[in-house]
Design a protein around this ligand. Structure first.
Ligand SMILES: Cc1cc2nc3c(=O)[nH]c(=O)nc-3n(C[C@H](O)[C@H](O)[C@H](O)COP(=O)(O)O)c2cc1C
Length: 245
């Protein structure tokens, strides 16, 4: 597949199993997907407080915690023990790997740091840390797509809670951007699972009304009352998949 074909075939696959799957899996291949994150763009270095925790003081603003299939099953049991009623335990029964992908917020007021969890300052630096981390996740799920490994980027539900961070040894000053699940290849042929697509899959517009050519400069912006660049839909074509050759 070309990179554009990989992009166009990426999709969310939520795979649920009531009891743990026994499927074979290729741990080395799954781990190699994580390497794709290493090539994501990033603009700012993580703050020193984050970098100091790593032996090489790496600058990237993301962190990735890799849970193999055995650990996924253990987290499933732990969640069931806590009476978790979400779909997460069923996904952990099906997953071959879970990545807890966090980002490292830069904190303006270090003194306020100790008490906060899952909160960050609305700064451009933090926006770009999140953007870089999202690029890292997208790299990984595109690599999975290339290998036909079903995957699902989720917000995490219980997986983003403090108790889960403690269970997995994730520092409280990091924030989860994605709990990313990877399921066995060809799992769609396994009758023990239920599969669901992403909620937004059928809502994708393809119309590209969100895409505008800038054709005129609004040099006297304060005098201007008309909206420029209104011909977008006509020129882009309406709601058809854009070619990705
Ligand atoms: C940041 C982020 C968080 C997401 N979290 C969830 C989630 O918690 N639950 C969910 O059902 N889908 C989640 N998704 C997946 C979207 O539902 C999915 O991408 C969307 O439905 C479009 O479907 P597609 O990925 O197949 O194109 C998330 C996607 C992103 C980018």
């Amino acid at each position: 597949m070309s990179i554009k074909e990989v992009i166009a075939s990426r999709k969310t696959s939520k795979v649920l199993a009531r009891s743990p799957l026994e499927a074979d899996f290729d741990q080395a291949l799954l781990e190699s997907l994580v390497n794709a994150a290493a090539y994501a763009p990033f603009h700012y270095m993580a703050a020193n407080s984050h970098r100091e925790k790593l032996p090489d003081k790496a600058p990237e603003p993301w962190r990735i915690y890799i849970l193999n299939r055995t650990i996924c099953r253990e987290v499933r049991k732990w969640l069931i023990g806590r009476d978790d009623k979400t779909k997460v335990p069923e996904m952990l029964a099906a997953a071959d790997m879970l990545l807890q992908v966090t980002w490292c917020p830069t904190t303006e007021d270090e003194a306020a740091e100790s008490n906060r969890f899952d909160r960050y300052d609305a700064t451009q630096t933090n926006m770009e840390h999140i953007a870089a981390t999202a690029a890292a996740i997208q790299n990984i799920i595109l690599a999975a797509t290339e290998h036909e490994i079903p995957n699902y980027w989720s917000s995490g539900a219980a997986l983003r809670e403090k108790e889960t961070f403690d269970l997995l040894g994730i520092p409280h000053d990091e924030i989860l951007l994605g709990a990313v699940f990877f399921f066995p290849r060809n799992v769609d042929q396994n009758r023990k699972v239920n599969m669901f697509p992403g909620k937004m899959r059928e809502r994708r517009s393809f119309g590209r009304t969100w895409c505008h050519w800038v054709e005129e400069l609004n040099v006297n912006a304060s005098d201007q009352t008309t909206v420029l660049n209104v011909n977008t839909i006509v020129r882009m074509g309406r709601n058809s998949k854009p070619p990705l050759e």
